[in-house]
Design a protein around this ligand. Sequence first.
Ligand SMILES: Nc1ncnc2c1ncn2[C@@H]1O[C@H](COP(=O)(O)OP(=O)(O)OP(=O)(O)O)[C@@H](O)[C@H]1O
Ligand SMILES: [Mg+2]
Length: 381
Amino acid sequence: MATRQGGFFSCLPTALPARHSTGAPPVAVMIRLHDVSKTYYPKGRRSTASGVTALKHADLHVPQGRIHGVIGLSGAGKSTLIRCVNLLERPTTGTVTVDGQELTALSGSALNQARHRIGMIFQHFNLLTSRTVFANVALPLELMGMKRGEIRERITPLLELVGLTDKARQYPAQLSGGQKQRVAIARALASRPKVLLCDEATSALDPHTTGAILDLLRDINRKLGLTILLITHEMEVVKSICHRVSLISDGELVEEADVGDFFTAPRTQLGRDFLNDFLELEPPRALIERLEDAPGPHSHPVVRLAFSGDAVSTPLISRLARECSVDVSILQAKVESIQERTLGLMIAELMGPAEKTREALDYLESHDLQVEVLGHVQRDD
Ligand SMILES: Nc1ncnc2c1ncn2[C@@H]1O[C@H](COP(=O)(O)OP(=O)(O)OP(=O)(O)O)[C@@H](O)[C@H]1O
Ligand SMILES: [Mg+2]
């Protein structure tokens, strides 16, 4: 597959400045991972056996009040990374600092105390089946030694926040998946944490319920100023609520960007693969089968175009047809809104003599469109 410009999406204009460079006063870093690596060794054989290194030299900064996503394929090290933040997994090397306190320097009760500032939710909710909704949410407060009256005072508004006031006396088995995750969110918030860690929190839920839980997380982020670090393998989750995203591959953080930038111009091949899968913009199957790499005497290029910013609202295709004397057959098109950005995508066949279609490609590129030539299709007519 030929590419005119060193990779699809690689040089789209950035329509808006990055959020972190808007001139606003700097925000405190809430989560800081410095050169964190994690190797798993077989139990009791750390000195003799070789281990699995699931996280390699990870550096990550999440400013206070932001929602940061980490996306990667299965086995990439996402859970390892997030579990290193609250030291459910102790890093083999490197330091973890949350809210100004270096957790990797703590152990025992000091670490437990520091963990009260970090809530966590999981894919499978991890509720105690023998406890009611209320008692599940109360558990961390009981463990902290809080008095019954105080616990009730704290939990009542939390159940209201997650929309479960009427379910307080029910048991997990009586709840839907989305309701169970709401209980888990209320439980995670009970100790009034400053950070919420979400390990694939919506992966077990249907799309509608996923949307409702993401809305709740966004609401909590705004209302409570909570910093959220979430890991996911779904671009939809990143698109829906994250401000910034990191991409993890084979234990390494290989790319990091504001979400608007990532969706318009991912810098790595893995990023582009995630984006293409998410956008599902492929030529029709019948056409794919007829695509050839090299142009022939009577072939036309089939191109994938991506455009953002002003280009979305400019009638470029009709101008192209007029100014370059080519016909443009649009095979697929869609417009996506990603945060403040609008991203337009199109697959089109450029029809005309070879010199005219070459001119048309130059025209598109000179107007800040990202152009990828998918191949050439023979036309005998
Ligand atoms: N406790 C463990 N002992 C040994 N190896 C482990 C352990 N936990 C994870 N691993 C290995 O570390 C690597 C990363 O695993 P991890 O669970 O962090 O990936 P992940 O990105 O969360 O995957 P998934 O999307 O499937 O949940 C994998 O190769 C896994 O087999
Ligand atoms: Mg995982």
